[in-house]
Each structure stands twice: as structure tokens, then as C-alpha cells.
Design a protein around this ligand. Structure first.
Ligand SMILES: N[C@@H](CCC(=O)N[C@@H](CS)C(=O)NCC(=O)O)C(=O)O
Length: 202
């Protein structure tokens, strides 16, 4: 299994889950601007959509889209997600869709150097609404998004909300989210993924 990634990008969630599961895998960095992998391969030929995460599960079997990859890894491992078909799994899917469509994508303008100040402010206002929903969810004392159990949604939420720290989006109003981030960052698998992507000293 090989994960194509860019350091700190949304692919970090898949990387964390691979580390959590502990089955053998490798990672290869992608230059997203040049669409070249670290070994010199044409990334567009591997994933014509040109983005990470992209995972080669077995020779020629490539899976894309973060939520699909996360669920496949969890289902194969029989961990980090409730069983398919259950209400608990529907709740997990609800979170994955929210993180993907409402949080991940809302960060877009904050990463674009050419986005107008107006577009950046609008993105921050949208994110504040979404973060408020997350903060409320975490306010009943739960450690993780869906309750007592750590799931793939927590890994994904950790990665995208961490972008706040690099985009000038203050988290002061979201203390429970900050505590959540610290809780997830302390997991050995998360630390391993951060070190492997060069985001943390070994
Ligand atoms: N729909 C995809 C989007 C993935 C995505 O936005 N990846 C970003 C990094 S976080 C990327 O590779 N961007 C480079 C590009 O689109 O050229 C998913 O949810 O996995």
C-alpha cells in the first residue's frame, strides 16, 4: 500500500489512520504544483484529478477522495469506524461529509495567495460558524466527535482544524476544540505521521 501525500495537507488524515492501523505501507511525497512524485513519476497519470490523498491499495488499484480512503482503511482493519449499515456509521458519515464539505473546503481562500481580503474574511466567517458547531458538540464532555470512541472523523477533523494555526484563524473562542487538538496530537500514531511528513522533530 502506498499513500501519495503532501506534508500537512488533507492526506495527513489518511497517513494518521495508516499509522493507527499498523499494517505495512509506504508514503511518497507529491509536488502538487508540478504534479510530480518524489521518485519523478507523473502524478497526473496516477490520479488524473491531480490531488492528494491518493492511495495505491495494490498494484493498479488506486483509490482517491479522503473520506472514501479513510472508510476503506477502517473497514479493512475493522477499527476506527462503526460497522457499515448501522446508525452509528451513518453518524460518522454525517461528520465526514461535514468536515469535507463544510470545513476542509472552506479553508480554500485562506491558502490562496491571490484571494482577496474580502474572500478571506468571508471564509473566516464561514469557518467560525462551522467551528462553533464543533465546539458545541464537544461541550458535553465527550473526548471525540462521535462520543467516547476515537474514529477516522477525529483524525480528519484534527488535520483540517490544525490549518487554523497556519492561516491566521484564531482559535481563542474554541477552547474545547483546542483541547481536542491537543488530545489527538498526543496519540503516538499522530506523532509518527507528523514526524514522517517532516512536520515535527523526531
Ligand atoms: N475531494 C478531495 C480534495 C482533496 C484536496 O483538496 N487535496 C488538496 C490538498 S488538501 C490538494 O491536493 N490540492 C492540490 C490540487 O488540487 O491541485 C478529497 O476530499 O480528498
Amino acid at each position: 500500500m502506498k499513500l501519495y501525500y503532501s506534508p500537512g495537507a488533507c492526506s495527513l488524515a489518511s497517513h494518521i489512520v495508516l499509522q493507527e492501523i499498523g499494517k505495512p505501507f509506504s508514503i511518497e511525497k507529491v509536488d502538487l504544483a508540478a504534479k510530480k512524485t518524489a521518485s519523478g513519476a507523473d502524478f497526473s497519470a496516477i490520479n488524473p484529478k491531480g490531488y492528494v490523498p491518493t492511495i495505491e491499495l495494490s498494484p493498479g488499484e488506486v483509490l482517491t477522495e479522503g473520506p472514501a480512503i479513510l472508510q476503506h482503511l477502517a473497514d479493512q482493519a475493522g477499527r476506527l469506524a462503526p460497522a457499515p449499515g448501522t446508525m452509528a456509521r451513518a453518524r460518522l458519515n454525517e461528520w465526514l461529509a461535514f468536515i469535507n464539505g463544510e470545513v476542509h473546503k472552506a479553508f480554500g481562500p485562506l491558502f490562496k495567495p491571490d484571494a482577496s481580503a474580502e474572500a478571506k474574511e468571508a471564509a473566516k466567517a464561514q469557518l467560525a460558524k462551522r467551528f462553533t458547531h464543533i465546539e458545541k458538540t464537544l461541550s458535553d464532555g465527550r473526548d471525540y466527535l462521535t462520543g467516547a470512541d476515537y474514529t477516522i472523523a477525529d483524525a480528519y477533523l484534527f488535520v483540517v482544524t490544525n490549518w487554523a494555526n497556519f492561516t491566521g484563524f484564531a482559535l481563542d473562542a474554541f477552547p474545547r476544540l483546542q483541547a481536542f487538538q491537543a488530545r489527538i496530537a498526543a496519540r503516538p500514531a499522530v506523532e509518527k505521521a507528523l514526524v514522517a511528513e517532516g512536520l515535527k522533530a523526531a
